[in-house]
Design a protein around this ligand. Structure first.
Ligand SMILES: [Zn+2]
Length: 383
């Protein structure tokens, strides 16, 4: 067997420049234009002799799927994405012209998710060299549209049956290899409408202000904790007051006020229970209606899953204590689990740089991660 550390060392320069090229290929979503980054990936795939397919639900929104190993074995998906969020303000360098300082590369997408895509490509490069010994098939996804809901990316590939792996590892969760994402909260967006009674602004006592009543309800909710059972890996449920609008004119008592709240909930709760609980709570503040806008269930994977155990075991061999962990936000691991595919999140990036100014990627961590991921693939191959 080829020595992984040596293999990685010898390709450090090539892959550092691939990451730099990927950052220069501007794929801010919207509009995405992932084809620009996909060109760099596909060029490398051809060079290392890996077959791949490109899928575009919409022109220029390219997804690349590359496979290595034995197609008759189990299949393990390693998912990354090629789109980024906009640069935003506050950068010390040009976000689309990466610079390296102290072995850290700065640029938009460096750690969300182009650094991970680069790492995945190098893992693939290694596995190609040992392909004839592999029992499983490893599927590498370089997806479009992750930052805007994945409907042109992973969700499209899953819904159209273009991808149906037995297991998946999503490399897009931060955690510096210390966290294995095994649980994600549910999401519930609720529209709350408070009804009042209009009156002339000079005689507010003749009406009922929907704004005043809504604000009382908000004050109540502000420190309210929804009923739930504690979860091993997830923090308690939260309520965010996302948007509010109300009233029609300064000199009219507000007849209506509309609030949209974003709730992150636990497996012990259901949207129906939550709505009931809030309804009861609102009764003393006036007339309220509740409308569910979006609901996405919480997901979790057993810690005994071979995937979790393998990641833990291999990380440990590399001196890293990786522990099961829950996320308040949602990643592509959630969509995979909802499609019946056991999935975890595992990543080398730190939690604070994605979506921020001066986004960066620690190159030492990237190449260390490659070694760990190769180890995970080879270990899964023994199962
Ligand atoms: Zn992101």
């Amino acid at each position: 067997m080829i020595d992984v550390a040596n293999f990685v060392e010898q390709r450090r320069v090539i892959y550092t420049s691939i990451l730099s090229d990927l950052i220069k290929a501007k794929t801010v979503n919207p509009p995405g234009d992932e084809y620009l980054a996909a060109k760099i990936i596909s060029k490398r795939l051809s060079k290392i002799g890996v077959k791949y397919k490109e899928y575009e639900k919409k022109r220029h929104r390219t997804n690349i799927v590359a496979r290595v190993g034995n197609e008759k074995g189990k299949s393990v998906l390693i998912a990354t994405h090629l789109d980024t969020v906009p640069a935003g303000d506050g950068w010390n360098t040009d976000p689309f012209n990466p610079v390296i300082k102290d072995n850290i590369m700065y640029g938009r997408g460096a750690c969300d998710n182009k650094g991970q895509a680069t790492a995945a490509l190098l893992v693939l490069d290694f596995l190609k060299g040992v392909e004839k010994d592999l029992k499983n098939q490893y599927i590498f996804l370089f997806a479009a549209d992750e930052e805007m809901g994945s409907s042109l990316g992973l969700a499209y590939l899953l819904n159209d049956n273009l991808l149906s792996p037995d297991y998946a590892i999503v490399v897009d969760v931060g955690g510096e290899m210390k966290k294995i994402d095994v649980a994600e909260k549910g999401v519930l967006n609720l529209k709350v409408v408070c009804k009042g009674r209009q009156a002339h602004g000079s005689t507010p006592h003749k009406g009922v202000s929907a704004i005043a009543n809504m604000s009382k309800f908000i004050a109540k909710l502000d420190h309210y904790i929804l009923k739930h059972q504690l979860h091993r890996h997830l923090s308690r449920p939260t309520i965010n007051f996302g948007t509010i609008k109300g009233g029609s004119a300064p000199n009219t008592v507000a007849g209506s006020c509309e609030l949209v709240i974003n709730i992150r909930y636990l497996p012990s709760q259901t949207p129906e229970q939550i709505v009931d609980e809030l309804k009861k709570l609102s009764e003393r503040f006036g007339e309220f209606d509740f409308d569910v806008l979006i609901k996405v269930p919480p997901t979790e994977l057993s810690e005994k899953s071979v995937l979790v155990e393998t990641v833990k075991k291999v990380a440990e061999k590399h001196g890293i204590a990786a522990k099961p962990h829950g996320l308040s936000g949602a990643t592509d691991a959630k969509s995979l689990i909802l499609h019946g595919i056991p999935a975890v999140g595992f990543d080398f990036a730190d939690d604070n740089t994605a979506h921020n100014a001066n986004e960066c990627c620690n190159l030492a961590n990237l190449f260390k991660f490659v070694e760990v991921m190769v180890g995970i693939c080879l270990e899964l191959d023994q199962q």
